[in-house]
Design a protein around this ligand. Structure first.
Ligand code: SAH
Ligand code: SF4
Ligand code: F3S
Length: 442
């Protein structure tokens, strides 16, 4: 019987990407994926540490795995990702049942560990390489992640990522183009480029010439058969005209920018070390919209950053009101170990104040997103089919180029792109009907 493994993934798309590589690598070693952690020979966690909640959720899972191991001593428990990296000094002391721990730059070491003689208490934490060249097991065969860089050179005062993922390192452009070409040959039609600050791509190419994110977009757009290019996340500071124009000029580059605002008050942005102020953010938005009037804009916002006054928060509401984002991820500030802002203890905002601000923010975000979504109603848009609708099994689910999910009636297979007439819209999703006539004319 082949050995079995189970991977639980927490955190961002970068971890999703790395987990696909872990799975691909394990299958090439002869392991088979198990349905559940219980009963698997190798129980793996790919962890996140971005907020405190991420930590506590994961530790509960880890305790369960320890219980499986008590019943079967042969079970191997592995912990990878950002949490593992950030607690590397304590992990084996606090969780003695963990057999292997590795940071985000060390996924390939898992194979070395599994084929080594001593299957116990090994840790790997120095960044060594990208996972891009490892075999991959994609969740959906028509969509793929592409990691264009690792690490982050920004110093946002609330953020743990620079300490878990290290300094920025970019992959050479020709290597990325070759990887995407190979994915397209396997049936991928949509790629999402991943990095902590994707539009800083090109300045830190390991052993290669300097290039730029816009150049990368142009090179990928030239690949025959690649329909959609998405990316996340850009930093407002580096959102320059060449990238804005690439959206307008290149057909495959999707009309969606996720532009993290974090806060609307210039004073708070400064304390966050975001390197732009309210004015500059709004200028970026204006530039993007000037060249791409229909583009979807989404964002991240943190409420309750240390020292945030009612007036500061009102500015965040104002900016969200003014921009009218198509959607947002909203977070309550969470102090993280080894970050600058975690030391601003005397300025911490009481949790109930932050929760009340969050409620007000969500109201503005949803109302504006709902209003913005009405622009799609009555239009026929290309939808990349992802599968069955999650809410109504008689319908299909897919995404318009702007990234919004649409649930629609029609007949199509996952991976196909079909024309859908949008009939209704809310802040979260669209509803529609597949246009059979348009498809027949096709
Ligand atoms: N590199 C990306 C993503 C960073 S993590 C970027 O800069 O856009 C994703 C989001 O989590 C951030 O944009 C931020 O809004 C939020 N976040 C990060 N650290 C946080 C913290 N300590 N507390 C609350 N939210 C945080
Ligand atoms: Fe964190 Fe800022 Fe880097 Fe994003 S840009 S990963 S928020 S330090
Ligand atoms: Fe989490 Fe690390 Fe991603 S902390 S959000 S898994 S970069």
């Amino acid at each position: 019987m082949p050995k079995s493994f189970h991977v639980t993934t927490f955190g961002c798309q970068m971890n999703e990407h790395d987990s696909e590589r872990m799975k691909g690598m394990l299958e090439s070693l002869g392991y088979a994926e198990a349905e559940a952690a219980e009963g698997a020979d190798l129980i793996l966690f790919n962890t996140c540490s971005i907020r405190e909640k991420a930590d506590s959720r994961f530790v509960a899972h880890l305790r369960q795995a320890a219980a499986h191991k008590r019943r079967n001593r042969e079970v191997v428990i592995g912990v990878g990702g950002c949490w593992a990296q950030s607690v590397k000094d304590q992990v084996f002391r606090d969780f003695p049942f963990v057999d292997v721990a590795f940071g985000p730059g060390q996924v390939h070491k898992l194979a070395e560990f599994l084929t080594s003689d001593s299957l116990t208490a090994q840790g790997f934490f120095e960044f060594e390489g990208f996972t891009g060249h490892l075999p991959s097991k994609r969740d959906r065969e028509f969509q793929g992640w592409v990691q264009i860089s690792a690490g982050c050179n920004m110093k946002c005062s609330y953020c743990i990522v620079p300490s878990t993922r290290g300094r920025q390192v970019d992959r050479p452009l020709d290597e990325l183009v070759a990887e995407v070409r190979a994915m397209v040959a396997e049936g991928v039609v949509e790629v999402t480029l991943l990095g902590q600050n994707v539009n800083a791509y090109g300045r830190a190419v390991a052993g290669g010439p300097r290039t730029s994110f816009a150049e990368l977009l142009h090179a990928l757009d030239a690949i025959e058969g690649l329909q959609r290019v998405r990316y996340t996340s850009p930093h407002p500071q580096d959102m320059k005209e060449d990238v804005v124009l690439a959206h307008a000029q290149l057909e495959s580059v999707c009309p969606h920018v996720h532009l993290p605002l974090q806060a609307g008050s210039s004073r708070i942005l400064k304390a966050m070390r975001r390197t732009y102020d309210r004015r500059r953010f709004l200028d970026r938005v204006a530039l993007i919209r000037e060249h791409n009037p229909d583009i979807a804009l989404t964002t991240d916002v943190i409420v309750g950053f240390p020292g945030e006054t009612e007036a500061d928060f009102a500015e965040t509401l104002e900016v969200c009101e003014e921009v009218g984002f198509d959607g947002a991820f909203t977070f309550i500030y969470s102090p993280r170990r080894d970050t600058e802002a975690a030391a601003f203890v005397e300025d911490f905002i009481p949790h109930e104040v932050a929760v009340a601000r969050m409620d007000r923010l969500v109201e503005v975000i949803q109302r504006r997103a709902g209003e913005q979504a009405q622009r799609f109603v009555g239009r026929t848009l290309d939808v990349l089919v992802e599968g069955q609708s999650r809410t109504d099994p008689s319908k299909l689910r897919g995404r318009i180029p702007h990234g919004k999910v649409v649930n629609f009636t029609g007949l199509a297979s996952p991976g196909e792109t079909v024309p859908v007439e949008i009939t209704a819209a809310t802040s979260q999703t669209l509803a529609g009907e597949m246009s059979l006539l348009a498809r027949a004319l096709g």
